[in-house]
Design a protein. Structure first.
Length: 183
């Protein structure tokens, strides 16, 4: 498994690397007090990869390096987001991840090694991107109720001295109205 951030590539050290995926399917029961089974989707969360790896005692520097990568933050204090290269992640369209939850280290019984377990949470998942696109504000045409303005009435107003704000509104009106007409 390789994790990349900007110009840095980091290969997860150790042996017996195991990667598993968990995905929360957010469903809410809407059947109330009945025996119905109706549910509604409340938004699927990104996938989570659980990683387990063995690191030998004589390779303590690799364990320090892994914890350093897990703790790394950007200039604003947010955890770094890594691009992942792993067969399981690729098959599930997981491209970017960040360390989440806990990084646990325990002694592997009967061996001179540690078992290191950590979780990587998917960032910028397909459902997240789809939700962001659907939340884009839509342009809505607006109309206002009022009286029709005749050309003579508009010309009579032009003779009056306009305030700064009225001059701005007049300029906008002239840009929006076709030439020779006024709204």
């Amino acid at each position: 498994m390789m994790l990349s951030h900007e110009t840095t590539d980091y290969t997860v050290p150790g042996t017996d690397l195991q990667v598993a995926m968990a995905m929360t399917l957010a469903r809410q029961d809407i059947s109330g007090q009945t025996s119905g089974t109706d549910t509604v989707t409340t938004g699927n969360k990104g996938k989570k990869l659980s990683v387990s790896v063995h690191i030998r005692f004589d390779q303590a520097q690799q364990l320090r390096g892994l914890t350093g990568v897990a703790e790394a933050v950007d200039a604003t204090g947010k955890p770094l987001i890594y691009t992942i290269a792993d067969p399981l992640a690729e098959s599930l369209d997981i491209r970017q991840v960040e360390f989440t939850d806990q990084l646990r280290v325990s002694v592997l019984s009967g061996k001179q090694a540690w078992v290191v377990r950590f979780a990587l949470r998917q960032r910028f998942s397909v459902p997240e991107q789809r939700e962001q696109r659907s939340q884009q504000p839509k342009v809505v045409a607006t109309t206002t109720a009022g009286e029709a303005v005749t050309l003579e009435a508009t010309q009579a107003q032009d003779v009056q001295t306009l305030t700064g704000f009225e001059q701005i509104l007049k300029a906008v009106d002239q840009l929006l109205a076709p030439s020779g007409e006024s709204s």
